[in-house]
Design a protein around this ligand. Structure first.
Ligand code: DMJ
Length: 429
């Protein structure tokens, strides 16, 4: 397979423009484009401009100045958080707060920072639980909260954004509240060092004790490591090291067909199932970032197998039988993100080839007349009317960065939040 990085980078940029133009034509000012019906979609009663915010730094990195400026104007004219709506604290933090902070760092316009502060202040009441761990939803206008049954990913994936805002504003409250949430969660790990899937943030009691590296848990581990690397926070370093040791001891599963991570009971370590999820494909990138290239490479080979066995990646497989458990493909980035990290650290051409295969299958199966669509099934390849903002924020950004010239972004000077928004390490002194 021939790899022409320059051509591939241009190709990704063209596909980004295809998706962005579809959004502009049919959904400008709204949260997302519905790519089959060509209609706008808003998450709540009113738009929060989720796609333009999430996509902004991708446009900066791709050098799409005109489009970046259009997005910026839209955000400054339309975006307001003064709305009586209950929002998902996790999703709004990683997409909007992370997007606005990275926009501020790349663009320099103070309005981005003002918006970030206003948003974070409206999110803060979420931490007013008995344990300090956040509720899942908060009302922007009233500060009322909902959803006391939360999970490690939504509790533990806030510190990179809240912490960065503290560094940028000099106000420690954001860092302190998000870190306390992370520590309270960590303190409730089992005797063997694992966390479960759901927990009551008022009582601090676990509801579902299944431990995994997938859905509802994945980015908790990611942020333990990234918060240490971004803020040089030594508590986070210790929490990361202790946690990942237990994960590797109880969840890792070496089979004839590859290296995988299973589901176990958090108290006993007893095996529950052999499911591997598309979301868990972020772990090769996390291992690579932590310096564990051996595990990163082994696991990425398995993730590649998961993608290529079915032509495009299913949401869940049983790795023991290599049968699909959940057949959707949601335009997710994780497998691509990991190929990008591994290429960065190893410079092995095999990761460029992986990226090319990922790109070609996404174009083949998900491209629509005016955008990109999720797949209801990787078996039938039937499409679903949704183009999540992370397709522009993450999937296409990581593909572009994989092929783009080296000077596009100085990898060692930034940490990506879980939505691929780069945060400069030097904001932390
Ligand atoms: C994104 O919003 C983030 O990457 C998050 O951590 C997981 N889910 C999606 C992408 O799959």
């Amino acid at each position: 397979m021939e790899i022409n990085k320059k051509e591939l980078a241009e190709k990704v940029k063209a596909e980004f423009m295809h998706a962005w133009n579809g959004y502009k034509k049919y959904a400008f000012g709204h949260d997302e484009l519905r790519p089959l019906s060509k209609t706008p979609y808003d998450w709540y009663d009113d738009s929060l401009c989720i796609t333009p915010i999430d996509a902004f730094d991708t446009m900066v990195l791709m050098g799409l100045t005109k489009d970046k400026n259009e997005a910026k104007q839209l955000i400054f004219e339309e975006l307001s958080f003064d709305k009586n709506i209950y929002v998902s604290v996790f999703e709004i933090t990683i997409r909007i707060l992370g997007g606005l902070i990275s926009a501020y760092l790349l663009d320099g316009n103070k309005k981005f920072l003002k918006l970030s502060e206003d948003l974070a202040n409206r999110l803060l009441p979420t931490f007013n639980s008995k344990t300090g761990m956040p509720f899942r939803f908060v009302n922007f206008k009233t500060g009322a909260v909902r959803g006391k049954i939360n999970n490690p990913a939504e509790i533990g994936t806030l510190l990179v954004e809240f912490g960065s805002l503290s560094k940028l504003t000099g106000n420690p409250v954001y860092y302190d509240r998000a870190k306390k949430a992370l520590v309270e969660l960590y303190n409730r790990r089992s005797k063997i060092g694992l966390v479960g899937t759901t927990i009551n943030v008022e009582t601090g009691k676990w509801i579902n004790k299944e431990s995994s590296i997938g859905n509802k848990i994945d980015s908790y581990y990611e942020y333990l490591l990234k918060s240490y690397l971004l803020f040089k926070d030594m508590d986070c370093k210790k929490m990361w090291e202790t946690s990942i040791k237990s994960v590797n001891k109880y969840l890792a599963d070496s089979k004839n067909n590859g290296y995988w991570y299973r589901q176990v009971d958090m108290d006993t370590g007893k095996k529950i199932s052999t499911k591997f999820e598309a979301l868990a494909a972020v772990f090769p990138s996390i291992f690579a970032l932590s310096g564990d290239l051996t595990r990163a490479k082994k696991l990425q080979d398995s993730c590649f197998k998961m993608w290529t066995t079915f032509d495009i990646e299913p949401e869940q497989i049983d790795y023991k039988t290599m049968k699909i458990k959940l057949a959707t493909y949601r335009l997710r980035p994780e497998n691509i993100e990991s190929a990008y990290y591994l290429y960065h650290y190893t410079k092995e051409e095999k990761y460029l080839k992986m990226g090319k295969i990922y790109l070609e299958s996404i174009i083949k199966y998900c491209k629509t007349e005016e955008g990109y669509a999720e797949l209801k099934s990787v078996i039938t390849k039937e499409k679903r009317d949704r183009m999540s903002s992370f397709f522009l924020a993450e999937t296409l950004k990581y593909l572009y960065l994989l092929f783009a010239p080296k000077n596009t972004l100085n990898f060692d000077k930034i940490i990506f939040n879980t939505e691929a928004h780069p945060i400069q390490k030097n904001i932390c002194g």
